[in-house]
Design a protein around this ligand. Structure first.
Ligand code: XMP
Length: 517
């Protein structure tokens, strides 16, 4: 499914927190790239047939014990190389220059003076210094022989260097972060002026290539796809449907933990609009009885995950002629599992739902495993999925099961569904929903006293949660207008039976998490 060799960039990951950003910036330039661990061997580097190689930053110093290195082929393949931060220091050390862990630490914004505005800095002015983002302890003290200085900062005399004949470049700053406002132009110069890449990686071309590859791989066999109604599984289904039509069998498990109208919308889009083969299984009672009386969040997550797998397996057995199971794995998941750092510590047992049985005798097909989320959305648009699905906010696999705090009951789920629907409706109406990463309601197991008309009430509490975030890793609470909060609160208390109090959650992540359980 990869494009031709002259369009591919290889990124070697030395463990920087910004490595994924390098890949995203390159893909935004419509050039295909992949991140691989820095220690892949020379044969793998050669087999990749890169048009250029980028060495990422990393947390270590090049003289530290066990400091990561890369195969010597990186510098002998006659392919342009760009080292970023640690990448620059590594190539300096490897090619005979000097790096010191001096007192010249440089963190944050710096002023970069450009001394040579050809190739890497084409289009820049020598008279106008630019802002760049630095984050390094070590620095280059003397460049390897044959290298020339392209740019400098007050603390980094070798802030950008080049060896013209070998086409080896290095920058001490991070062109991939937004704090280097013209970083994208520098990366584009590397891609187009130096590596001579074609900007041919588009989502339309991805769909074409991917369709061809799926057809070839699947042949006459059948494929099963678990649909959740979320962006990823919806795009997988639409892509497979385009490739193999009715050889695709979708299974949608209604776990009874979905938001209002969600199950109906999945049926309407996939069965009625696309005409796909779709089995809808109403398993809400099984989930509810599994959850009965369980208050512990981790136990609830495990139960929901296990029941899901059991129900899915039973259904899949009806399609015994199937050989493949489709999954919506994305590129960040792939990187996570192959990265030099290893998977980050588990705070909650995420992704256990929708994680499918390992022992099923089916081959996996993961057509989105090269894509970032924004690319997946563009593929979805290309395949004609409605905006209501493409722009959907993330929704956890365990659904409302972890938003009814404490033991889950059918009544509580109904209350939460109604309150959440009002919240969504008002946020959409005021055009505020798309300004948040996630907006949802939570039902607390807390009753309080109120008065409605002349009657005393003693009812449940709803919490509204609206957060802004770039990736879900950190988050801040959204500063929603008071009037909007007032309208939502009034409507919930007036329209949802069983609720007499509404709160707004003003905790950020960290130290709180986005979900309550
Ligand atoms: P937390 O609550 O850990 O959530 O701050 C981070 C993001 O992950 C979503 N989330 C999940 N997604 N399965 C999922 O697919 C899960 O079990 C799960 N739990 C949380 C959460 O909604 C937020 O976007």
């Amino acid at each position: 499914m990869e494009p031709d060799r002259h369009t591919k960039i290889l990124i070697l990951d030395f463990g920087s927190q910004y490595t994924q950003l390098i890949a995203r910036r390159i893909r935004e330039q419509r050039v295909y790239c992949e991140i691989h661990p820095c220690h892949i061997d020379g044969a793998a580097v050669r087999a990749f047939q890169p048009a250029g190689i980028i060495l990422s930053g990393g947390p270590m110093g090049v003289y530290q014990q066990d400091a990561p290195t890369c195969a010597s082929e990186v510098f002998s393949l006659d392919v342009p190389v760009l080292g970023i931060c640690y990448g620059l220091q590594l190539l300096t050390k490897t090619l005979g220059g000097e790096v010191s862990s001096s007192s010249h630490r440089e963190y944050g914004r710096a002023n970069l003076e450009i001394v040579d505005n050809t190739d890497l800095f084409e289009g820049f002015s020598k008279k106008e210094p630019i802002d760049v983002w630095m984050s390094h302890g070590d620095r280059v003290d003397s460049a390897p022989e044959g290298f020339e200085v392209l740019a400098q900062s007050s603390s980094s005399p070798f802030a950008a260097v080049r060896q013209r004949d070998r086409r080896v470049y290095g920058v001490q700053f991070h062109p991939e972060v937004v704090h280097t406002p013209r970083g994208v132009e520098i990366l584009a110069n590397f891609l187009f002026s130096i590596c001579k890449c074609d900007p041919s990686w588009t989502m339309a071309s991805f769909v074409e290539r991917s369709t061809r590859e799926i057809r070839q791989r699947v042949g006459d066999s059948k494929v099963i796809c678990g649909l959740s109604g979320g962006v990823d599984s919806s795009v997988v289904a639409a892509l497979l449907y385009r490739a193999i039509g009715r050889q695709l069998q979708c299974i949608f498990v209604d776990n009874g933990l979905l938001r209002k109208g969600e199950a109906e919308s999945v049926e309407s889009v996939f069965r009625h609009h696309f005409g796909m083969e779709l089995t809808v299984v109403d398993a809400s009672n099984r989930f509810l009885s599994g959850l009965s009386g369980v208050a512990d969040p981790e136990q609830k997550r495990k139960i929901i995950g296990e029941v899901f797998i059991r129900v899915f397996e039973e259904q899949a057995r009806h399609f015994s002629e199937s050989h493949f199971l489709a999954q919506g794995t994305l590129y960040p998941d792939v990187i996570e599992s192959t990265s030099v750092r290893g998977p980050s510590a588990t705070i909650k047992s995420h992704h256990n739902v929708g994680g499918l049985p390992e022992h099923m005798d089916l081959e996996l097909i993961e057509p989105l495993r090269e894509l970032f989320k924004d690319e997946v959305r563009r593929v979805g648009e290309n395949l004609g999925l409605p905006q209501s699905i493409i722009q959907r906010q993330p929704f956890p696999g365990p659904g409302l099961g972890i938003r009814v705090i404490g033991p889950v009951t059918a009544e509580k789920l109904e209350i939460l569904r109604e309150a959440d629907a009002i919240l969504q409706e008002e946020m959409l109406k005021s055009d505020t929903l798309r300004q948040t990463w996630q907006t949802f309601a939570v039902l607390l197991p807390v009753k309080s006293v109120g008065v409605m008309g002349d009657e005393r009430t003693y009812e449940w509490t709803i919490v509204l949660r609206a957060i802004t975030s770039l990736d879900g890793m950190t988050a801040d609470w959204a500063r929603l207008p008071y009037d909007l909060l007032g309208t939502i609160s009034n409507r919930i208390i007036n329209e949802v039976r069983g609720v007499n109090r509404v709160l707004y959650d003003i905790s950020s992540k960290p130290p709180a998490t986005i979900e309550w359980e």
